[in-house]
Design a protein around this ligand. Sequence first.
Ligand code: C2G
Length: 431
Amino acid sequence: MKTVITYGTFDLLHYGHVRLLERAKALGDRLIVGVTSEDFDKQRGKINVQQSLAERIRAVEELGLADEIIVEEYEGQKIDDIRRYHADIFAIGSDWKGKFDYLKEYCEVVYLDRTEGVSSTGIRSEKTVRLGLVGASNNVEKVKREAAFVNGLLVAETWDEKEPLQAFLSRVDAVYVYSHPKRHEAEIRTALTEKKHVLVETPVTLSEETTEELFALAEKEGVVLMEALKTAFSTAYRRLILLLKGGKIGEIVSVDAVATSTEDYSKESKETLSEKWGSFEDWGPTGLLPVFDLLGTHPDSVRLFSKMHPAGERFDLFTKAEFSYPNAVASVKVGKGVKSEGELIVSGTKGYAFVPAPWWKTEFFEIRYEDQNRNERFFYRMDGEGIRYELVEFLKAVTKAGVHLEIDREVTGAISGMMEAFTNGEGLTVI
Ligand code: C2G
C-alpha cells in the first residue's frame, strides 16, 4: 500500500486545490492531508488567511479525498510526519518546485502542475488596495517591507509635500499617516473628506474631541479611520490582556509600564525639536494602552512629571504619568532622553504578570505566583514588530473582509486626551 502525503492552507477551497488533491490521491492508495495551523501560516508570512483552521479542515474533509487529515504546526514537521505515517510520496504543487527536494532523503517527492488562473488570493481580494504614505520618517522602509507580506495591499507611493495633498490622494485608495502628531488632524481631515481610508500612527490627534470628531467624519464619509498602535495587534499582548481580565492574577491592583528609546538630543535647537516626537507623544500611547485596557479610561486622578529639553519648552526627554483608580493605581514611564528597563508588570492579589523588555513587541510573558511551581510562561510568535498585523487588520476593515481587530474607541479617545493634558500642562510638574 502506497501512502501519499501533501500539505496546504486550503483557504477558500477552490478548483486548483481539488485538482491537486485528486492527482495526489491518484499517486497511491492512501492520502494524508496536512492543513496548516493559523500560527504556522503566520510564521511563514501567510497572514491574511480568511478561514479558520476548523473551517479549512471541514472543507477538505467534505471533499472526501483525504483518508486522514492532520494539522501542520511547525517548521520541520514534514520530516516527522513522513516517518510517522510511513509516507512513500510527498506531493505538492509546482509553485514549490525544488523547495522540498530535501525530503527526497525520506521519500519520493512529486511536484504536480499548479492549476493556472485560480488562487485563494484572487478569491480573497479581487482588488488591490493602493496605500499612500504620508509623512517623513524612517518608518517608510519598514512599512514598505512589511506591506509585502500582506496580499492585496500595495504601497503605491510616498507623498512629496511639494505636491498638494489632494492631488496625491487622487492616486491612492488609503493612506498611512505617520507625520508629526501636530499635523495629523489636517491630513486626516483632508483624506477623509476625499473619501480615502486612513491608518494613522498613534496618537490619532493631540485632542480627544478632535479625535472623536474625526471618527464621526470617517463614518459620515463611509471610510475607515484606524489608529496604528502595533502592540495592540500583537498576539502576546492580546492574550495577556484576556488572561488578566479573566482573573488570572486575581484583582488587578497596579499596572506599571516603562518604554524608552534613547537618542542624543544635545545638539537640537527649539526649531529642530518642534519637528521631533517628544517622549510622551512617541511612547505615551504604548505605555497608556495596558493601563486603559486593564483599568479603564476614567482614572480618578492623573499626575504627570516631565523632564524637558533645555531648548524646547514642551519637548520632554522623560515623562512619568501616575494614575489612581477606585481600586488600583498605574504608572507609565517613558523616555527618549532617559533610559530605563522597558518592562511591563501587572500586580494582582493572587500573582503578577511580568513582560520583559521590550514588552511592547514581546513574544513572551510570564504569570508568576508566590509558589514558583505554579508559574506559567506564554510564548507567541511576532514577526516584523507587528506592523504587518496592523496592516492586515486595516486591509480587512477597508475591504470589509470578515471581522477585524481594532483598538477600543474609548481607549483611542483617552490616549488623545492624555496628549491634550500633556500639551496644556494639566496636572503636569516639570522636574
Ligand atoms: N495549488 C494548485 N493550484 C492552485 C493553487 C494551489 O495546484 N491554483 C496547490 C498548491 O501548489 C499546494 C496546494 O494546492 O500544493 C495547497 O495550496 P495552498 O493552500 O496555497 O497552500 P501552500 O501555501 O501552497 O502550502 O506547508 C504548507 C505547504 O508547504 C504548502
